[in-house]
Design a protein around this ligand. Structure first.
Ligand SMILES: C[S@@+](CC[C@H](N)C(=O)[O-])C[C@H]1O[C@@H](n2cnc3c(N)ncnc32)[C@H](O)[C@@H]1O
Length: 201
């Protein structure tokens, strides 16, 4: 699979930027490049659709399928609440077909999910236990060679993500070193607040 040109990436980011959101441009380029693969792409936490727009565009090149999971919960600090209709309208307005939406909490969606995942993007419940559950429920479904990206790693006011990801990473690494776990993960790096890991076995 050849990588995208800088022009292709900038086009995708420009389209996504017509949708409201907090996601940053540097990490958007990183996310697009990571997600541009064959197979199933799963997004946990789509909000108004900015990162969905990146994933849908990345999926087009190799005919990947995108599923997004979001129960559209009320957000703190007066942040506008998204809805399925707003999410859908934003994507359609920029010329993208909305992908499959599971409008339930990720833990419930995981129970309905079948099949391997090529790319998993986690940006849903940012609490410590929320991220712990997402990693426990979804990481084992990522195929060998597949990638997990998580948002808000080390965002100053969101400490639960960093704690849950660090603990998961250390436990997986220690299990792999002992030969206890089926999985081994390599950290691919971080852009802005998005960190990524590839499953090596
Ligand atoms: C930070 S926003 C996602 C932003 C989006 N990824 C973007 O950058 O365009 C977090 C989203 O996670 C959703 N969420 C909260 N709890 C969730 C859960 N248990 N499962 C899935 N999504 C959840 C919220 O409804 C909200 O829309």
């Amino acid at each position: 699979m050849s990588g995208p040109t800088a022009l292709e990436v900038e086009r995708a980011v420009t389209v996504a930027w017509r949708i409201p959101g907090q996601y940053r441009r540097g990490e958007a380029r990183f996310l697009y490049r990571l997600a541009r693969r064959k197979g199933q792409i799963v997004e946990i936490g789509c909000y108004m659709g900015r990162t969905t727009a990146l994933l849908v565009q990345a999926a087009r090149m190799w005919g990947a399928t995108v599923t997004t999971v979001d129960p559209f919960v009320p957000l703190p600090n007066g942040v506008e609440q998204a809805t399925p209709d707003k999410w859908r309208a934003h994507l359609e307005r920029v010329g993208l077909r909305p992908p499959r939406l599971l409008a339930v909490p990720s833990h419930e969606a995981a129970r309905q999910w079948a099949g391997e995942i090529a790319f998993l993007f986690v940006d849903g419940d940012h609490s410590y236990t929320g991220v712990q559950h997402d990693l426990a429920d979804w990481a084992p479904r990522v195929q060998v060679g597949g990638v997990i990206a998580l948002h808000d790693m080390w965002f100053p006011s969101i400490t639960g993500v960093a704690r849950a990801v660090t603990e998961w990473w250390c436990a997986e690494r220690d299990d792999a070193a002992r030969g206890d776990s089926g999985a081994a993960w390599r950290c691919l790096g971080m852009r802005d607040y998005t960190i990524a890991f590839r499953r090596e076995r």
